[in-house]
Write a protein that binds this ligand. Structure first.
Ligand SMILES: C[S@@+](CC[C@H](N)C(=O)[O-])C[C@H]1O[C@@H](n2cnc3c(N)ncnc32)[C@H](O)[C@@H]1O
Length: 244
């Protein structure tokens, strides 16, 4: 029987009230080496995925972005660099944001707010665009978070979500599994000293819903014209939805 008080934390089931603490422990622990680990474990390709997100969004000089679970600020900075007006990074981890603030200290169009995606401290209809990059998978209440993002977007606003997804091709999937389950936790241990954090990362990717289910989640939260694009054969997917 399904226990509704439990949620996935990687392959483990944990109490809903516990998951956020466990997720915070992961990101506080790896924050100092988070960017380096992204470069190593994706062989630098996460930069292309993030550029693809920004290209699809095509920022305009009048647009304000809310980058939810923005971490060390890569997406927000790319949005500004591509011509966006301003960006506010919202993230629950002060440690992750501190790294971002140092990294982008010269960018005065970035603002930083410690906040949960489940309760975003912003008025209704206040942002033109929202991004969610590798955040959704970590949330305890994904539906509530998507509803919050919908709430703070202006009518005509758009969300693009970048997240790990599912590879269709069997051969590639086996190769990717080998890399993820055998190699990534070892690299994580060597570089961050926290092997468990990278075991969680890999397990949480496998437990994450498939592309079509994410489309349903976005539609349930109110988004229209929902669609997705696979990148790198479905290792990650971009999902887009509009508040119309
Ligand atoms: C994998 S990192 C992604 C960071 C950044 N968006 C990127 O693409 O590199 C996930 C981020 O989600 C944040 N996070 C986890 N749970 C959150 C929540 N409930 N609300 C807001 N941020 C959250 C973590 O602190 C972490 O910075």
């Amino acid at each position: 029987m399904v226990n509704e008080n439990n949620v996935d934390f990687g392959y483990k089931k944990v109490k809903k009230t516990e998951k956020q603490k466990l997720v915070n422990k992961v990101f506080n622990s790896v924050a100092q080496k988070y960017d380096l680990m992204n470069d190593i474990t994706s062989l630098g390709i996460h930069r292309n995925w993030k550029n693809d997100l920004i290209n699809w969004m095509s920022p305009q000089s009048t647009q304000k972005l809310a980058d939810i679970a923005g971490g060390t600020g890569d997406i927000a900075q790319k949005f500004i660099k591509a011509g966006g007006n301003s960006a506010n990074v919202f993230d629950i981890s002060e440690e992750m944001m501190q790294i971002g603030k140092q990294k982008y200290e010269n960018c005065d169009k970035l603002n930083w707010t410690i906040a949960s995606a489940e309760k975003i401290p912003a008025p209704n209809n206040s942002f033109d665009r929202a991004t969610l990059s590798f955040g959704l998978r970590n949330f305890t209440d994904r539906n509530k978070s998507l509803e919050e993002i919908y709430r703070i977007l202006k009518p005509g606003g758009r969300l693009i979500c970048l997240e790990f997804s599912h590879i269709e091709n069997d051969f590639l999937r086996r190769l990717y599994d080998l890399w993820s389950f055998k190699i990534m936790p070892l690299i994580g241990e060597k570089i961050t000293g926290d092997k468990e954090a990278y075991i969680y990362l890999v397990e949480s990717i496998r437990k994450f819903p498939k592309q079509a289910e994410i489309c349903h989640m976005l539609s349930r939260a109110g988004f229209s014209r929902v669609k997705y694009r696979n990148l790198s054969n479905g290792i990650v997917a971009l999902h887009s939805g509009w508040k119309l």
